[in-house]
Design a protein around this ligand. Structure first.
Ligand code: CTP
Length: 398
């Protein structure tokens, strides 16, 4: 994901410095070339050797220690960076940068860089809410500096409140977002994800194997690309993606009402959810007791949410999914036409590495104008990017 990206990770002196070790791992694991700068205070909390070993690059601490005779350390690092992440960022570093002070390796490099700078502050709650700090943060935000806000919790100093460093995963996500071109800025994209559950009685339901991974990957990628994202999710075990508005639903009827209520505000709707086609005619209010050797549950058809969107007078750009076991192209083309879609993503769910409950997918795309294309086998995250590339290209040409 971050292959070929050069990231400077600035570490300030705070107890949360140990969490930067995990952040560094996430960055390097996704392919980034990370160069660490530690302040003097940071070195009191974690030894530079930890970061050096994990980044496989020397850790920079000294402003006047030239890496080579030709290179001025801070200028060279500043020039080569694609992104600067400062985690944890103390009130001191925020104050210094806001005031234009450059008196050590970290502050001089920040001052000299043209790369985006992302601060992840961590400090005592009273420091965080101090108007002096807040004013400095606001000033930096106005100047285009990025922030991953701290979270609430028990702070190392014993206080409860805001000031805890955001999770390494949240900072990592912001870093990816900072490096992603905002091709969907100004667009509102609704994604539906996961299965629906159709209750039979208080303890049983009808559902399917959808994990929600494809829809969540789409929501996450759309947000990285600058879209406002609404995620209407059936029951899944996945954490809510940061920066996305999530509406949790259970049944197809609930999903329909949440989707239709928001359709008018969307430029695009991507229906990755595996909606149950039928629901029990009646839900029993009490647990159905076992009787006889066989049992029949009468089912009635659920509304087709996507077809409902397709029949709207002014409809958003519509992307459907087709999970098929046979005659993939024919079935997908039929769904595209019958549901009045702009694009359909079809996959053969009989393949072990595509479709339900796996991390990879292989899809064929069919478009309204009769054209089509194919993705190779890739991760659901990568496939989300390819789908959104198609969406963005079609929106631009509309
Ligand atoms: N879909 C929907 N509402 C339904 C059923 C499906 O919105 N009640 C959407 C799905 O989210 C998906 C697309 O329609 O984007 C195709 O779903 P799929 O289950 O593959 O097809 P169906 O139309 O249900 O047809 P069949 O089950 O007969 O293959």
């Amino acid at each position: 994901m971050l292959k070929g990206k050069k990231i400077i990770l600035g570490i300030c002196g705070g107890i949360a410095a140990y969490k930067s070790v995990e952040l560094l791992r996430l960055l390097t694991k996704s392919g980034a070339d990370v160069h660490v700068i530690m302040t003097r205070a940071a070195r009191e909390f974690v030894a530079p050797l930890t970061f050096q070993t994990l980044s496989m690059n020397p850790v920079h601490t000294d402003l006047f220690n030239l890496i080579s005779e030709q290179e001025i350390g801070h200028i060279s690092l500043a020039d080569r960076a694609d992104l600067f992440v400062v985690a944890p960022a103390t009130a001191n570093i925020i104050g210094k940068v806001a005031a234009g002070i450059a008196d050590d390796m970290l502050t001089t490099t920040i001052m000299a860089t043209k790369a985006p700078v992302l601060f992840a502050p961590a400090m005592n709650v009273n420091m965080y809410t101090n108007p002096l700090y807040q004013e400095n943060e606001q000033k930096l935000r106005r100047l285009g500096y990025l922030f991953e806000a701290p979270v609430s919790g028990t702070l190392a100093c014993g206080w409860e409140g805001e000031g805890k460093l955001a999770s390494p995963e949240a900072i990592f996500e912001s870093a990816i977002s900072a490096l992603t071109e905002k091709k969907l800025a100004g667009r509102t994209i609704m994604v539906t994800a996961g299965p629906t559950r159709e209750e039979i009685d208080p303890v049983r339901y009808i559902s399917n194997h959808s994990s929600g991974k494809m829809g969540y990957a789409l929501a996450c990628e759309a947000r990285r690309r600058g879209a406002r994202v609404l995620l209407i999710s059936g029951p899944t075990a996945l954490p809510a993606p940061g920066g996305v508005s999530v509406v949790n639903v259970t049944s197809a009827i609930e999903m329909q009402s949440e989707v239709m209520a928001r359709a008018a505000e969307c430029d695009v709707v991507i229906k990755a959810a595996a909606v149950a086609d039928y629901r029990p005619l009646a839900r029993s209010g009490t647990k159905i007791k076992k009787k006889g050797e066989s049992s029949v549950i009468e089912l009635v058809k659920n509304p087709d949410i996507l077809a409902g969107l397709g029949s709207l007078e002014t409809r958003p750009f519509l992307v459907g999914f087709a999970a098929e076991t046979d005659a993939l192209a024919e079935n997908a083309a039929k769904k595209l036409k019958e549901k009045n879609l702009d694009m359909i993503v079809a996959n053969d769910v009989t393949q072990a590495d595509a479709g339900f409950n796996v991390d990879t997918n292989r899809a064929r795309f069919f478009f309204r104008d009769g054209s089509g294309s194919e993705s190779g086998l890739m991760s659901k995250n990568q496939l989300a990017g390819v789908i959104l590339d198609h969406v963005a290209a079609h929106l631009e040409s509309r």
